[in-house]
Design a protein around this ligand. Structure first.
Ligand SMILES: [Zn+2]
Length: 48
């Protein structure tokens, strides 16, 4: 289960529909939605 900091809730939340992506800088991230407010959240996991 992945967690990320939600900007709206200002707390650590569980990522809904987590999806692993590699961003432009080559960092692996998990992105999804906040379980509480449905705002997009993402978490950097590490280098790809
Ligand atoms: Zn939230």
């Amino acid at each position: 289960m992945a967690e990320a900091r939600c900007m709206k809730c200002r707390t650590q939340v569980e990522i809904q529909n987590p999806e692993e992506v590699i961003n432009a800088r080559g960092l692996k991230m998990i992105k999804g939605n906040c379980g509480a407010c449905n705002t997009k959240v993402c978490r950097i996991v590490g280098k790809a």
